[in-house]
Design a protein around this ligand. Structure first.
Ligand code: F0G
Length: 423
């Protein structure tokens, strides 16, 4: 494995606040974390990353604060506590049928659909909304394919903040709109796709009209790092070993970036050897696969896809904003990226459901990708693998119903029921 580990242990700059600062991943600019709102580097417009003067070890986790959930990892985060509704601590499921069928040495599913609002976004929001309070902003906003809006609406409500969400009209699953709606967000349905929504909301944020809580916001990704920490701890508890590979769906590539950062920081803490860092493997839908294209072509940048379509509406994204962080994450861990068809996604969603794990289509992309890469031989039979499932089945009831069995109408009569059953 060629792990050069983009350096998380640079000298502590004067701008650090309690050992925490922001750094540009492109030009090395550094700045204080909480003095003003920043989403990108003021010098070169590069992506920002949160940096720390030191990194906790596994033994530190859960020592000072909560024993479970995102805030178990407070020592690895830029603030001590969040606007919390007990996010994180999601199950790491065995999936015996799929494990058997694909043929790997061990397979687990980290089901992020079991978070409070039904997706991993809660891990970023508990932190991001807390930082928003620290910065003293009033209106929180995001563009979303649905889950980010549901989480922001919920955590914003909890914090007593105004929430504005921009959604691509007609392309957001019903459960997600319902959540944003009931938690009281102002919902704008935009005539355009997710990337258009993000352009507009970024513009609003640059004009000071709202605080942006998309994954461009470096604080959100800090919360999402805890997925990686939980996977390592959980997998080791269950099997005595660490996973070789993590397969995950990719939209804006925030999780890919966040998991890599979690592992780099464990390496910096001396807790992981570089060769123990799991291989990060991204999966996109064929109809929205700019990251796969960039990995296959060995490109340094992703090309923006203007036309995107997939049953996995959560990852119906043509221009992953975190690509500059995620391309090194995949390459430096020896990973890859693969595209899967909508049919393969739906098949994987059914397979997960048969093992008792109910997920939305985007989540099933991870298992579909695992199947494809096992068939091609890219993933070998002796590997220990974790698939990340990012959202709950009920997020997209229409997709679930379309993939599942048809209800059969019957009169309210036992004989009619029995005759139907005997047919
Ligand atoms: N899976 C689900 C269920 C998602 O909702 C998303 C992103 C992803 C995967 C992709 O994660 O961006 O870290 O690569 N959803 C965003 C949203 C875009 O608006 O809810 P990523």
């Amino acid at each position: 494995m060629n792990l050069t580990l983009s350096n998380p242990t640079a000298p502590v700059p004067d701008v650090a606040d309690d050992g925490v600062w922001l750094a540009c991943i492109e030009c090395g600019w550094t700045g204080p974390p909480f003095d003003q709102i920043r989403y990108r580097c003021p010098d070169c417009d590069g992506l920002l990353e949160v940096r720390y003067d030191d990194h906790p070890t596994f033994d530190d986790f859960g020592e000072r604060g909560p024993k479970r959930g995102v805030w178990r990892y407070a020592d690895a985060l830029p603030v001590d506590s969040g606007v919390s509704i007990e996010e994180g601590d999601t199950p790491l499921y065995e999936v015996p049928t799929i494990e058997d069928e694909v043929g790997v040495s061990a397979l687990r599913v980290k089901h992020e659909g079991m978070n409070p609002t039904g997706s991993f976004k809660d891990r970023g929001m508990t932190l991001g909304v807390r930082v928003a309070q620290k910065l003293g902003v009033s209106r929180l906003a995001c563009a979303s394919t649905g889950n980010t809006s549901a989480a922001l609406a919920c955590y914003g409500a909890r914090a007593g903040s105004e929430v504005l969400v921009l959604l691509p009209a007609g392309k957001v699953a019903a459960g997600k709109v319902a959540q944003a709606s009931l938690h009281g967000a102002r919902i704008l349905e935009v005539d355009g796709n997710f990337d258009d929504c993000l352009d507009v909301v970024s513009d609003l944020a640059d004009r000071g009209e709202a605080y942006l809580l998309n994954s461009l916001n470096p604080f959100r990704l800090e919360g999402q790092k805890t997925i990686g920490l939980e996977i390592l701890e959980g997998f080791r508890d269950q099997t005595g070993e660490l996973p070789d590979r993590i397969v995950l769906p990719v939209g804006n590539a925030g999780n890919t970036s966040a998991l890599f950062k979690a592992f780099r920081e464990l390496v910096a803490a001396g807790e992981l050897a570089p060769e123990e860092v799991p291989t990060l493997t991204g999966v996109q839908a064929e109809g929205a696969a700019p990251m796969v294209e960039a990995i296959e072509e060995g490109a340094d940048e992703v090309r923006r896809w203007d036309e995107v379509e997939t049953v996995a509406t959560a990852i119906r994204i043509g221009y992953p904003v975190n690509a500059p962080k995620a391309l090194p994450a995949i390459r430096e861990t020896g990973g890859t990226a693969v595209a899967v068809s909508d049919g393969e996604i739906t098949d994987a969603q059914r397979a997960l459901a048969r093992d008792g794990v109910g997920v939305e289509p985007a989540s099933a992309a991870s298992v579909a990708g695992l199947r494809t890469l096992r068939e091609s031989g890219e993933i070998s039979a002796d590997e220990r693998v974790v698939c990340l499932t990012t959202g709950h089945l009920l997020k997209d009831p229409d997709a679930a119903a379309a993939a599942g069995v048809e209800p059969e109408p019957v009169p309210a009569d036992t004989d009619d029921v029995l005759s139907l059953l005997s047919r």
